[in-house]
Design a protein around this ligand. Structure first.
Ligand code: 5AD
Ligand code: SF4
Length: 440
């Protein structure tokens, strides 16, 4: 028997890439690969890349440059680029960095085993098609390997919204939902392997409309099906678009016990002029009313968001409207970015905001968001929350987990193990975590 080959995957970007990397590792597992934690040991290196902002894409080339020495020492080493940079740049990657053997787009991961064989045989291989076949069906999970208490599960991919700044509709393609029975089978399998919490993933997850036994299911209907899975304790989903926040989903936040009180609902900006230019097809006011309705269904829900500052033609007044919206919503956590020009997207052609001004706005927005995050985290002190333990902490006897609201919580002298759910009283709030004690 030949010695097992070693695979090193480095994942950039969003949670869907984390999910995809797991699937790729499993697909290559069938080719005799086992995963290792460093590039130095690997027979194959895969970079699972992100194209959302320019910085993310450029990182890939600097990382590839670092592999030159490795490849010189180990000529059999194969280097692959997967993910959204692969999809967006294709052949160009091999031209710019000839040490790359394999380029695979997100819709072609199920073809990795044959691509790997060709690469081993010395070919340069590229696959960035959007094939008709169902890649998820072909990417079967290896049975029964146990895993940690939380998992991602992709239910929907691609996006039809075409926000003017965003590459996702081009790199991940049109919106496609997976059939409900496949998702339920995957969820049951995950639960059998020890998973207690599943985060449903999709670029536009609340637009989910996968086939069910009696017609298409909405995301809320899918959640109710998952609610019946014994052993599954928590359900989350991300990322949602405000316009797809349907009544049944809002209602589920009030009535489905397994659905956690956390919602990532990006708004991007607070000025209607900018929202219109972003092609967001909602206004600041409609977003605020939506948040009100969600909070009426689930008053304690923690709202998370995404923001872009310095979008073309954003004035100081427009930016103020973003700050005003943030003041009104009060975000428990948020991600904010300086606008990054993405070639091929509509906004790329428009007059850009002065970069120093954009930097200044980003700093001001982040100061406000950090303050809100801190206030909400501090307000947890004294409260009782559910915690799902994930792993032991650095101190002896300490366990780490996540609260219902997705705050990191550590508990000292804790007799629970990874995968246990417990009621915990929060006793103090630190920079990025909460300390708690078991209630019973
Ligand atoms: N520039 C800056 N931020 C962007 N995002 C998407 N495209 C861009 C871009 N061109 C942000 C949005 C989105 C998040 C995933 O990344 O806020 O919600
Ligand atoms: Fe990109 Fe999200 Fe807009 Fe779709 S909805 S285009 S993924 S920002």
């Amino acid at each position: 028997m030949t010695a097992p080959k070693k695979l090193f995957i480095k994942t950039y970007g969003c949670q869907m890439n984390v999910y995809d990397s797991e699937r790729m590792a499993e697909a290559l597992g069938g080719q005799g690969y086992s995963e290792v934690k460093s590039a130095d040991e690997a027979d194959m290196i895969l970079l699972n890349t992100c194209h959302i902002r320019e910085k993310a894409a450029e990182k890939v080339y600097s990382e590839l440059g670092r592999f030159k020495k490795l490849k010189a020492e180990k000529p059999d080493l194969k280097i692959g680029v997967a993910g959204c940079v692969a999809q967006a740049e294709g052949q160009e990657i091999m031209r710019r960095q000839p040490l790359v053997d394999l380029v695979v787009g997100p819709q072609s991961y199920h073809r990795l085993p044959e691509m790997e064989e060709k690469a081993r045989a010395g070919e340069k291989v590229l696959d960035t098609d959007f094939p008709e076949e169902d890649k998820f069906e072909k990417l079967k999970r290896r049975p029964k390997a146990t895993r940690g208490p939380t998992a991602f599960l992709t239910v929907q991919e691609g996006c039809d919204k075409f926000c003017a700044f965003c590459v996702v509709p081009y790199t991940r393609g049109a919106e496609v939902s997976r059939p409900a029975d496949r998702i339920l089978t995957e969820a049951r399998d995950l639960v059998e392997r020890g998973v207690r919490e599943i985060t449903l993933l999709g670029q536009n997850v609340n637009a989910y409309h996968g086939a069910g036994a009696n017609g298409d299911l909405t995301l809320a209907q899918l959640i109710w099906e998952l609610d019946k899975v014994d052993g599954l304790e928590r359900i989350r989903f991300t990322t949602s678009h405000p316009n797809d926040m349907m009544d049944d989903l809002i209602e589920a936040h009030g009535t489905c016990k397994k659905l956690m009180p956390y919602l990532h609902l990006p708004v991007q900006a607070g000025s209607d002029k900018i929202l219109k230019r972003m092609n967001r097809s909602h206004t600041a006011e409609s977003y605020l009313r939506l948040i009100e309705r969600i909070r009426a269904a689930r008053p304690d829900i923690l709202i998370s968001g995404d923001f872009i500052v310095g979008f073309p033609e954003e004035t100081e007044e427009d930016f103020q409207a973003t700050l005003d919206l943030v003041e009104e919503v009060k975000y428990g956590t948020a991600y904010s970015f300086k606008y990054s020009t993405r070639p091929g997207t509509p906004a790329a052609e428009r007059p850009q905001v002065n970069p120093a001004e954009a930097d200044d706005r980003l700093q001001r927005l982040q100061a406000l968001l950090t303050r809100q995050q801190r206030e909400i985290q501090d307000s947890m002190v004294g409260r009782e929350v559910g915690v799902l333990f994930e792993k032991p902490g650095r101190q002896p006897g300490q366990m780490l987990g996540k609260s219902d609201y997705l705050h990191a919580v550590h508990v000292a002298d804790c007799d629970r193990k990874a995968g246990d759910l417990a009621r915990v009283r929060i006793v103090s709030s630190r920079t990025n975590s909460l300390a708690g004690e078991l209630i019973d």
